[in-house]
Design a protein around this ligand. Sequence first.
Ligand code: 4AD
Ligand code: MG
Length: 466
Amino acid sequence: IVDIKGGESEGVDRLGQTLTVRGWVRTLRIQSSVTFIEVNDGSCLSNMQCVIDSDAEGYDQVESGFIATGAAVCVQGVVVPSQGKKQKIELKIHKLVTVGKSDPSFPIQKKKVTREFLRSKAHLRPRTNTFGAVSRVRNALAYATHKFFQENGFVWIASPIITAADCEGAGEQFCVTTLIPSSKEAIDSPASSIPKTENGLIDWSQDFFGKPAFLTVSGQLNAETYATALSDVYTFGPTFRAENSNTSRHLAEFWMIEPELAFADLNDDMACATAYLQYVVKHVLENCKEDMDFFNNWIEKGIIDRLSDVVEKRFVRLTYTDAVELLLKSKKKFEFQVKWGCDLQSEHERYITEEAFNGCPDIKAFYMRQNDDGKTVAAMDLLVPRVGELIGGSQREERLDYLENRLDEMNLNKESFWWYLDLRRYGTVPHAGFGLGFERLVQFATGIDNIRDTIPFPRAPGSAEF
Ligand code: 4AD
Ligand code: MG
């Protein structure tokens, strides 16, 4: 359908042509003389309006009730001008084939349904306008991500999903268990090779073939190893956080984009983050016009203008100390009191991005490079209105002695980071990188308010059914 209706002429250049369209019925309107069938194939937001009268081949399928919302059809017809206001052309059907009929119980009918309801129908929600549009924009953002990094000489690196390292040191990891048949037997067998705790229960935290392993919270440490060999690299893959939080900005499984720049400092890192964001937003504005108009009209009024600002305007750079001062000076009452040294909360980020600048920094992770003041680290967050923290990044501590001290200070096990420390022993270089939560980027680009509606099958407390 996008091939037919997607161009400037909206299909008028196809008048008189005989075409075949395959897709799913969105609506059916049976009138006395003709029947209208709206077909969508997911290639774009627009439906193909099809008109069928009683002498067309396959008309009996309309009468027999096979053609209902949700049915899969293949229609062949000739392109004619449309009388309707919504489209310039329509398809006058010669031949209608029902590929798969739809039961009348199809849960997503024309009437307005809530997003909560659609979340419980995650297998069928891509058949709606909103989820079709989100899926296409998400796809465009992924494509633009690879395009940006490839054009700038970065090498894509696959970081592992299973790992023993806790990059963020926050202990928010899911642990991996092995459930191969032999280990199921072992559960019942007293001679089990699986480690047991004192009360005889299986210690699942030791169960990656007898060793502890977790789902990765970030591919950064692995990316650092490749950046200190191939220069600029990036990862783009799923990451996991065992955060039992029910917010509109957190998922248990989310995709992260993590570039790592060699021979680079925090300024280079910030420049890369802003150039990246401007590039992908511009790409979506230019290539997803129909979907973006839809979001602008139905999801978040004015989003196109706000995204255009991102492409054109400069980003405000604010130090942590200045951000804290700004918050202290504001007359706003915050739930969490601000004081220098504290982790900024969502309400603070919202104030900074939506009120102070009309539209922060985290507690320091062990790998962040210490500044000369001995108090702060070379880290940055990129905040955007509505979403808050979109990017977190830093210059990494490349000095072996500083890094070892830091691990000690934070009571982290130095031995388990032997390989990470090796990078500082053999040809260490200043390097920096960031992580961008891909679903938050989709939220930002589409105006969708709940992160669970930006990924096909959201993983959050209480949702892992599909
Ligand atoms: O700030 P975070 O925790 O940083 C890191 O993981 C670094 N290792 C990244 C790096 O420097 N390579 O996470 C980075 C970003 C956040 O800014 C946010 O956009 C996203 O990941 N994020 C989440 N998105 C959805 N659900 C969650 N639970 C998220 N936690 C973080
Ligand atoms: Mg962060």
